[in-house]
Design a protein. Structure first.
Ligand SMILES: [Zn+2]
Length: 288
């Protein structure tokens, strides 16, 4: 945080320096854009092919073929979910929350894409529907579906609580789910767990101190966030122990609810019009 009383005196031209105009660092207009008209045609006629329930304070894995959709549903009560994505054929290619944030902003909605880490950097999934898109940004600067939080984890909790051991943080839930799904040792699986998309969570930064905050999620049963899988995906979703994250996480105090992941397939003849994303065009030589 910035000091309340800076030790360094402001220079004479401080006001002028602060008044410089911000420039969007990564204007997304030149990105390979999603063909939303095609996705709308594809999603008009979907058939459910799999259904996965994520138990409260736990995580579950699911698989989505390239060209299929998946929906994360709120069921029973307000609940936030922590989402990890890997390329099903190469678990080193996983979701890059930081670059996704730099490209699309702090909170995602329809038309935004979930990008994979370097050296892959290509769209893994595209958001095709968001029943909470009406929320926008609230008076606190909060919004839903952020890529600014990392995931609740037992290491940070142990530091903040002077050693308390809590085993159902999203990080641990995702680790157990990935190990169970793949047969990887828990330690190997843990190293593949990564920063998440915080589905349905309402978060922001305080205007005065720039601190990460959360507030009660506006999600209600019946809401869903829908994605189109651009590549074959292995996903893991944790139903955060924070429940709707209105008070605390990393404990068993909050009311928690399950989440549902539905995998859906479009009509095969329509799907034939879709092309998978190209490999990243950088040559990988790093000038060497
Ligand atoms: Zn969590």
């Amino acid at each position: 945080m910035k000091p309340e009383r800076p030790e360094t005196a402001a220079p004479e031209d401080a006001a002028a320096r602060r008044a410089r105009r911000p420039v969007i660092a990564y204007p997304p207009e030149t990105l390979p854009g999603p063909d939303m008209a095609l996705y709308r045609r594809l999603r008009a006629n979907l058939r459910t092919v799999a259904d996965v329930t994520v138990a409260p304070r736990d995580a579950a894995c699911f698989r989505v073929g390239a060209g299929q959709f998946f929906r994360i549903h709120s069921v029973e009560g307000p609940q936030v979910g922590d989402l990890n994505l890997w390329h099903a054929g190469d678990l080193f290619e996983r979701f890059f929350s930081g670059k996704t944030r730099a490209l699309h902003g702090t909170h995602l909605s329809t038309g935004d894409r979930l990008w994979s880490v370097l050296p892959y950097l290509r769209p893994m999934a595209t958001i095709t529907h968001d029943t909470l898109d009406w929320y926008g940004f609230d008076a606190d600067g909060g919004s839903v579906h952020d890529v600014i939080g990392t995931r609740c984890d037992p290491y940070t909790h142990a530091l903040l609580s002077h050693g308390d051991q809590y085993h159902h943080c999203c990080h641990s839930n995702l680790t157990r789910a990935l190990a169970d799904e793949t047969g990887l040792a828990r330690r190997e699986a843990e190293l593949l767990v990564h920063d998440v998309l915080n589905v349905f969570m309402c978060t922001g930064f305080t205007r005065d101190t720039g601190q990460y905050f959360m507030k009660a999620s506006p999600v209600r049963p019946g809401d869903y966030l829908e994605f189109f899988a651009e590549i074959d995906l292995l996903g893991a979703l944790s139903a955060c122990p924070g429940g709707d994250c209105s008070a605390e996480h990393s404990s068993d105090a909050a009311a928690c609810h399950p989440l549902r992941v539905e995998i859906l397939a479009p009509e095969p003849e329509l799907a034939a019009a879709w092309q998978p994303p190209a490999r990243n065009p950088y040559d990988g030589s790093h000038g060497a």
